[in-house]
Design a binder for this molecule. Sequence first.
Ligand code: SAM
Length: 344
Amino acid sequence: MEENKRVRRKRYSGLYPKKYNEKYKEKNPEKYNETVQKVIKKGNTPAGMHRSIMVDEILDFFDIKPGQVGIDLTTGFGGHSKEILKKLNHTGHLHGIDQDPIELPKTRARLESYGFSKDNFTLHQLNFKDFDEIDIEGFDFILADLGVSSMQIDNPERGFTFREEGPLDLRMNPEVGIPAYVRLLEMSEIEIEHMLIENADEIYAKEIAKEITKAKIQGKYIQTTLDLHHVIASALQKVSKKVYEEELKKASSRTFQALRIDVNSEYEVLFEMLDKLPSKLNPGGKVAILSFHSGEDRLVKKAFKQYLNDGLFSMTEGPILPSKEEVFNNPRARSAKLRIAIKG
Ligand SMILES: C[S@@+](CC[C@H](N)C(=O)[O-])C[C@H]1O[C@@H](n2cnc3c(N)ncnc32)[C@H](O)[C@@H]1O
């Protein structure tokens, strides 16, 4: 009798699940497609999923021909890769890179479930700074969609969000480097302040760096996402009550972004990847890079301009912005900037 007892799934309070772990329907789109469509219709991203940005603009530019060989440097959920594979229509080859060892196997299975095989695509768990290690002389198109995926942001275990409790990690590849909470222990007050300004133009950088350092001196180690959120909340004590909640949200977003850029060495790896671009593109080969904050975009803009001046690129264009409709339907697209170029 006891053995037949059904184990009930833990219920959430309220009408809709709020916590990542409660969103079991969204994480199971094959079974609960209706729920997933409802979430998307409301302009949200279902848990465990990533909605690809500026897909039409990128595909129009690439104008993929049968037999071409391309590379997606940031495969993520595989959304752009899937559309590219459809255009290749089982000819040519797509290489896909991602440094995330947790999501990559799921993406491989997802692409296979769409009917693509190892004849059509190869996924590499690699940092894109090393994409020249792939044994291909030149690519016909190269895509990079910088930053983090929604699967990484939304999963509290990865430490990218201050909306839920989780270890303050923030590494896209948790197998290399050090988590953000260790990085904070290593840095002096002035280093934290500079990191917040350089990586996110944080207006409360001084106050936040001071409060983090005060907590460290008092032995209150900042180990979780909410620990850091609470420290930022204390640092903003002097902000007027009227705007406090909004400012706290913005300052926390910027602080998490700054730390993420730091622990993943995002500027350094982007610089290395950009440096290798011209030599890995076939003549007439196309490159499209989507960036999501001014620091990244500046680096892409500068490199493309330099290659144009040096005669390595025959054209560059950008920034191209997402349509109002796309931003309305997917607010995570709001800060996207696309730059495109063709090798001369
Ligand atoms: C915005 S998501 C890409 C989403 C993808 N275009 C799609 O349509 O599903 C960015 C992805 O790039 C990966 N990434 C970021 N920096 C990387 C790097 N330096 N090397 C390899 N992968 C990186 C992240 O792990 C993440 O999965």
